[in-house]
Design a protein around this ligand. Structure first.
Ligand code: HEC
Ligand code: HEC
Ligand code: HEC
Length: 475
């Protein structure tokens, strides 16, 4: 666009008709603006996918895109996402770009009220001006307005005082844009930006301190997400993913399945399904390049990589001769509930649709959370129009509902036979995981912020008490 308007100006200069040039170049700009806008909106759409805005702002079970109404469970009650379609009455149709930027970066709504940190502005605060602009253009022009009001958030006192979030922000919001690290390649910096400002890998994979803030020195070192465990994905060859090839990592992010290594279940499956599968190959490579050079976090108890444990069982032949009474309870249950798909040998199906259970990170991990959660909740992931599906045995609408003891017994058989024999699972552990419930990806992300919110409000209350005491002493 710039080139052609400059040409127009040159032309005009030659003929000495400056005024005509002005008119002409304006026409050129006007003629090209919608097209340029379209490109910006498309980029905004891509960014919205990379940042997974729809995951929270679309109600489950067929809600209209971005119309809000998704309740993020917190111990204080549900925090509902709002309508962010360009409806002027119910959505953000009246937001200026500056107001939009403020909501994304500082957690402040168009009307000046504070948002609860269930909206991840602590990540989006790193977005560049360009990307905020593209998102704004996308939301204002390409998203269909939805003229409907969603449920309202009504937390109990004192959490209904939105201004108290100002204190939370003082503690937890680092309101600065992403700065490329000097000395790192453009690809690594792009990957860093994607991983933190948009895809927020850190919100799941970085452990948190008692104040629920991420521990910077343990970045991507692995963290528990209630029922699921987001493993260490630093460059350590045993505790992390240092032994994975670049192609393995790229394939995992794009599809959630690396045969003979790992499958994505739970919250990671949702991130792959809704967001990562749509990232360009270049952006996936950039994330991989960034992950590769994250400092290793090592645990000396990890003596082999998670994907190196176990081997096929020779039970297939043996079964014929083994009476049920010769099997442990765990093996009998495995044989009845799991072997039809994963085979008695644990080799899975030849086409890999049913994965092998040895050399499988969920089974070889030093903690059994992902194995237990997989059995309880199953796996569901839709990628490139294909669905992989394992039923969950926690409720048993399609399969037998298994008790906590059943799942503990199966897990112990699977760990002993195909995985990490040092891992022992008890019925109590299964019970705990079960009560964590199959909450969707984002419910967990939101829930992280809430304990921090409570701390923030307590700090505020403490400060008020202090000020009041001082005031009293003076009088
Ligand atoms: C983890 C869940 C989550 C994600 C992801 C998320 N949001 Fe939100 N957002 C929320 C919640 C919850 C609220 C309402 C919070 C409240 O009421 O305090 C909100 C509020 C907002 C608001 C304020 C609207 C208003 O006037 O009420 C805007 C604007 C917004 N989000 C835009 C976005 C955009 C753009 C993205 C993607 C770049 C995004 N959100 C991603 C959870 C999320
Ligand atoms: C919403 C939470 C969440 C987000 C966001 C997330 N992950 Fe994960 N990730 C998980 C969980 C949970 C697992 C374990 C899944 C399983 O084994 O079924 C996992 C597994 C992985 C694994 C496989 C590790 C193994 O040993 O099997 C890799 C690699 C990975 N994530 C990389 C990333 C990267 C890179 C990003 C950001 C681009 C990211 N994740 C974002 C939760 C998340
Ligand atoms: C109906 C077929 C079926 C049954 C029955 C079944 N699975 Fe699966 N299993 C699958 C499929 C499909 C996947 C996902 C493959 C993928 O992600 O690409 C899977 C994945 C897994 C994973 C890897 C999950 C991860 O997050 O890394 C484990 C471990 C597992 N199953 C264990 C079991 C156990 C134990 C049982 C018995 C209680 C069982 N499965 C029963 C089909 C089945």
């Amino acid at each position: 666009m710039r080139k052609s308007s400059r040409k127009v100006l040159e032309l005009a200069g030659h003929v000495g008709l400056a005024a005509a040039a002005l008119v002409l170049s304006c026409t050129v700009v006007r003629a090209q603006a919608p097209e340029a806008n379209e490109a910006v909106a498309q980029r905004g759409h891509y960014l919205a996918v990379a940042a997974d805005c729809a995951a929270c702002h679309t109600a489950p079970g067929g809600g209209k895109p971005f119309a809000g109404g998704y309740g993020i469970a917190s111990p204080l009650g549900s925090i509902y996402s709002t309508n962010i379609t360009p409806s002027k009455t119910y959505g953000i149709g009246t937001y200026t770009e500056a107001q939009f930027a403020r909501a994304l970066r500082e957690g402040i709504r168009g009307d000046g009220a504070h948002l609860y940190p269930a909206m991840p502005y602590t990540s989006y605060t790193k977005l560049t001006d360009d990307d905020i602009h593209a998102l704004y253009v996308y939301f204002m022009h390409d998203v269909k307005p939805v003229e409907a009001k969603g449920p309202e958030t009504a937390l109990p006192f004192p959490y209904n005082i939105r201004a108290s979030m100002a204190f939370w922000n003082l503690l937890f919001l680092d309101d600065t844009r992403f700065k490329p690290e000097p000395g790192k390649s453009a690809e690594v910096n792009r990957g860093h930006y994607l991983s933190y400002a948009l895809a927020h890998c850190d919100t799941c994979h970085t452990p948190r301190n008692a104040m629920m803030a991420e521990i910077g020195s343990k970045a991507l070192g692995g963290a528990s997400l209630a029922s699921w465990d987001a493993p260490n994905i630093t460059s350590d060859p045993k505790s992390g993913v240092g032994s994975w090839s670049d192609d393995d990592l790229a394939r995992y992010l794009k599809t959630g399945d690396v045969p003979g290594k790992a499958q994505a279940g739970g919250p990671m499956a949702e991130a792959v399904e809704h967001s990562f599968q749509y990232l360009s190959d270049g952006d996936i490579r950039a994330i991989v390049a960034y992950i590769r050079q994250v400092p290793a976090i090592s645990d000396s108890r990890d003596t082999a990589p998670r994907d190196a444990y176990g081997k096929a069982s020779d039970r297939e032949d043996a079964y014929r001769g083994v009476a049920e009474s010769g099997m442990s309870r765990g093996e009998r249950l495995f044989s009845g509930e799991c072997a039809a798909c994963h085979r008695p040998t644990g080799k899975g199906s030849p086409d890999g649709y049913y994965p092998q259970l040895f050399h499988n990170t969920a089974v070889g991990a030093p903690i059994a959370d992902n194995l237990i959660s997989t059995i309880l909740m199953g796996v569901r992931r839709e990628v490139g129009g294909h669905t992989v599906y394992m039923p969950g045995f926690g409720e048993g609408s399609y399969v037998d509902a298994l008790s906590d003891q059943d799942i503990a017994d199966i897990s112990n058989y699977v760990e002993q036979t195909f995985g990490n024999p040092a891992v022992k699972v008890t019925a109590d552990e299964v019970k705990l995981t079960r009560s964590g419930g199959p909450k969707p990806l984002i419910a967990k992300l939101g829930a992280f912020a809430v304990p921090g919110m409570i701390v923030g409000v307590l700090v505020l209350a403490g400060a008020v008490v202090l000020v009041m005491r001082r005031g009293r002493k003076k009088h």
